[in-house]
Design a binder for this molecule. Sequence first.
Ligand SMILES: [Zn+2]
Length: 385
Amino acid sequence: MMLLRLGDRAPGVADARAALAHLSFLPAAPRQPVEDDAAMGQGETELFDADLDRAVRAFQQSRGLSVDGIIGPDTARALDEARHRLGDRLLYNVPGHPFVGDDVAALQERLSNMGFDVGRTDGIFGPRTEAAVRDFQRNRGLEPDGRCGPHTLRELKRLERTVTGGRPDMLRESVRLLVRGPSLLGMLVAIDAGHGGEDTGVVAHRLTESEIMADLAGRLEARLLSSGLETFRVRADDEAPDEAERARRANERGADLLISLHADASVSPKAEGVSCYYFGNARGSSAVGERLAGLIQKELVSRTDMVDCWTHAKTWELLRRTTMAAVRVEVGYLTNEHDAAALASAEYRATVAESILAAIQRLYLPPEQDPPTGQLRVPRVATRS
Ligand SMILES: [Zn+2]
């Protein structure tokens, strides 16, 4: 799709403005035409002005997207999903082409607050949401067809006033973690080596992101395998499936965790450091994803001289559509001289792999057994008892 940004004149600008006004990020009043816009026909080539830029950034911030003021695929998708209000359309499970939107998220949130298991509040109407709707319908004496139409909505609204709650969906991942216990044996880690094939990712300082990540993924895989874990690649080195497809593959294989490996780029050669990302938005975040991101970040920063750029909640498709805890690790800026030198070295890559393994081990240790950051040495071969 076409990217829209400040200064552009394009047909999509008017749509974006209308969508953001509908969401109250812009005043609803029609804009006054500016002098040099006089020749403009029917408003289809409206200017992307500073007001719209500000509104796009505010919207991106509110949705946990990268705040760059650019309407690209992620922002366009989020704008489209935000149009839907609960009750606007009949919601049900369409395998392969699920309903996606704020209305689905609102439905999931309400069901979840009442204790029905929707999985995660991800705004995607999948089989689990359908099952939760059926449960709710059965519970309320309605026809359990799994479809959220007028009757189900009315019942939801009626009960809503009487129910307040925590966020049970965010706790379920934690339960899954407790059930597994401290053993890593047989745990399946999905690995997503950033980019591949035609898509090389960042190229700077004579280094190519896709090549470095393929190498790093191999090292991580070897470390995990030698510690008794199992691994699975969500893409081959020579292909670049989109984020939803990679998430689907990880879900299908029933991975316990997903690690996505990337290097960063910036227009400023001074930008440097490592950061980790997990699923989260204004409604809450993946508790396990957040903890794993924090552990990887701490291990990585304590074992290297890289700058700490913190962990952040994001709604990127890969993080959002994966049903297991997923973390995207940005292992440094290829556009920065210091970071590029680190990324070029085998030693740094080995340390990254070791840090991620240590973080995964710590994730599964009970708090009283959790060692200080930077101290854990995971044995080469796990003891099989
Ligand atoms: Zn990347």
